[in-house]
Design a protein around this ligand. Structure first.
Ligand SMILES: [Zn+2]
Length: 251
């Protein structure tokens, strides 16, 4: 096989690359929205073959500016997001098995999550995020991402480092955004109709999948116990260490 005949030839040229490890990883994607679409795209291009996608929502037209796997027809026919994503995503990696799970994530327990090598949190609400965090901690690495307009954040949760809940209580989450976003407005991430851009979505999803590569290949330094804030208005990314709370209910 020539060097231009192997889909993954160029990434295999990255120092320390192990395509078998990437291909063999069992990955769970929670949320088949904007971030979920972009994360799935990156994972399948990398050659991940086993992807489970959890979402119970249906496609609407307002998703289409940042969800490359969804179509007008999906929105008109109220197709389930996880099924639309699974069907379209398989075309990117013909050997991939993409399994849709049509469930509210808050009905899934730690047994479900512990079956995976990595879990991606691509959710738009704090309650679901904290549920996934609590059920993954100590069992599987969670790579959580979120966006609002030009702003994005991501965090890697991997025991024994701090978890999502250590740094983010229900009361102070909005304040954290205000503190680190520097846009001078209160950011309420509980609002499901948040401003959203395809650019910020791509950037945060790309950063999430980059963390996955490091976790699987055991290379570089992951954001375990840290979170990164990306501000697209300034172009800056800041990384903060999260103190592990001794009274955190998760551990
Ligand atoms: Zn914690």
């Amino acid at each position: 096989m020539g060097i231009d005949d192997d889909i993954h030839d160029r990434q295999k040229r990255v120092a320390g690359w192990n395509q078998e490890k990437i291909a063999g990883a069992k990955v769970c994607l929670i949320g088949a929205g904007a971030l979920g679409n972009e994360v799935a795209k990156n994972l399948l291009q990398l050659g991940v073959c086993q992807l489970t996608v959890v979402d119970f929502d249906t496609v609407v037209k307002a998703n289409l500016n940042r969800c490359l796997f969804f179509t007008q027809s999906d929105a008109e026919n109220k197709v389930l997001k996880a099924e639309a994503l699974a069907r379209a995503a398989k075309k990117l990696n013909l050997s991939a098995i993409v399994t849709p799970v049509i469930k509210n994530v808050e009905t899934l327990d730690d047994k479900f999550f512990s079956d995976f090598d990595a879990v991606f949190g691509c959710l738009d609400n704090l309650g679901a995020r904290l549920h996934v965090n609590a059920n993954c901690y100590g069992k599987v690495a969670l790579i959580d991402g979120g966006t609002r307009g030009f702003l994005g954040k991501l965090q890697v949760v991997q025991a024994p480092a701090a978890c999502l809940e250590c740094g983010v209580s229900k009361q102070d989450y909005g304040l954290l955004w205000k503190k680190y976003s520097c846009v001078g407005e209160m950011l309420d991430i509980l609002d499901p109709k948040m401003p959203a851009l395809p650019t910020t979505t791509s950037i945060i999803a790309g950063m999430q999948v980059n963390e996955f590569i490091k976790l699987i290949l055991k290379t570089g330094t992951t954001l375990a116990g840290k979170y990164a804030f990306y501000n697209g208005l300034s172009g800056q990314t800041n990384v903060f260490t999260i103190e592990k709370r001794s009274n955190c209910p998760v551990h």
